[in-house]
Design a protein around this ligand. Structure first.
Ligand code: GLN
Length: 204
């Protein structure tokens, strides 16, 4: 299995390390690639879009041609996971901030997001969450977005303070928080099962 981590901004290295650890735990033979250009996405089974600044990541995805490739991959049913700013980009609809900044979302999931949704006092924090299919996890939030609404086949799988913080739609996964910043590999394991089309094992 080949997984690419989009290497524009954010915790690229941490995502690579966590994905490798998750592969080891699941006994999956594979490699994890730092993707800087569209050629790096050839033949991969899944893509991870890290956090950072959604406006910047969107611009760089577009200018480097990775934007279209990721959209095609989603259409082909490949697994894609967006965390924090990556979660914003996964959505079909954003808030006024997304509009004001002219951020072009990848628009893959039937959901609406709000950037920086947890207020200035709570810019970054760590809390326990209950994630459907996984159970309790510790989650790190940094100027995190929230998933305000889902429709169609998109479904919330975790909420915090009355707002959505994780959603799933087919082989697409969006998280408001940073699963790469703890030592718990269960989110990456869930993603790898999606990438391997191992959905029946997903909720074991
Ligand atoms: N606030 C950032 C954005 O919406 C996301 C922050 C993050 O990825 N840690 O672009």
């Amino acid at each position: 299995m080949r997984i690419a981590v989009i290497g524009i901004q954010g915790d690229v290295y941490e995502h690579i390390r966590m994905t490798e650890k998750a592969m080891e735990k699941l006994g999956i033979q594979g490699e994890v690639i730092w993707a800087r250009r569209r050629e790096h996405l050839e033949g991969v089974d899944g893509v991870i879009i890290p956090g950072g600044e959604s406006t910047t990541i969107s611009k760089r995805l577009k200018s480097g041609g990775m934007y279209e490739v990721i959209r095609e991959m989603a259409e082909e049913g490949k697994a894609i996971m967006g965390t924090c700013a990556g979660c914003v980009l996964m959505a079909k609809e954003g808030d006024e901030e997304v509009e004001k900044t002219g951020t072009e979302l990848l628009g893959l999931m039937d959901m609406r997001v709000e950037r920086n949704a947890f207020g200035r006092q709570r810019e970054s924090f760590e809390t326990e969450l209950d994630v459907e299919g996984i159970g309790k996890i510790n989650a790190v939030f940094i100027r995190a977005p929230a998933i305000i609404e889902t429709w169609g086949d998109c479904r919330m799988i975790s909420e915090f303070m009355g707002k959505g913080v994780a959603a799933i739609e087919g082989n697409l996964l969006a998280l408001s928080f940073h699963p790469e910043l703890t030592e718990d590999t269960r989110i990456h394991e869930m993603f790898l099962k999606m990438a391997g089309n191992d959905r029946e094992k997903l909720y074991q």
